[in-house]
Design a protein around this ligand. Sequence first.
Ligand code: FES
Ligand code: FES
Length: 155
Amino acid sequence: MNVALELNGRSVGLECEPDEMLLAVLRREGLRSVRATCGIGVCGACTVLVDGEPVSGCLMLAALSAGRRVTTVEGLSSADPVPRAFVEAHAYQCGWCTPGFILTAKALLADNPDPSEAEIGEALGGNLCRCGSYVEIVAAIRRAAAELAGGALRQ
Ligand code: FES
Ligand code: FES
């Protein structure tokens, strides 16, 4: 079957089987930031944004993305303050989990531009980092929030 959707800002048609998960289809498209890891919705490494909300690509049938807006880290602008904050705060070690955390952070900051540490922790509940970079990840999100707030004030 062919599924029409908006993928990283472009209208595309993705060939997939009716029982295929979005994770597998996106990786076949070359979007390797979407990590195939636990495959059962536990780790968050396959997180993508679907209409702005974080979704585990390993749990969503690709067919259900028809007509939706799907975003992976490859679709973010090079000027996006969230990934930049992860670099500046050294919020990763191996980097395997990082795309999922960045997308979860983007969804959080879109809903709540000034999250408390507890709210950040709650939002990150579905993302695991086996390297244990949590302190730096929270710092990166606070840094991105501050930068976004500064940008809003400057406008
Ligand atoms: S690979 Fe999807 S949640 Fe772990
Ligand atoms: S940086 Fe290695 S799993 Fe998170």
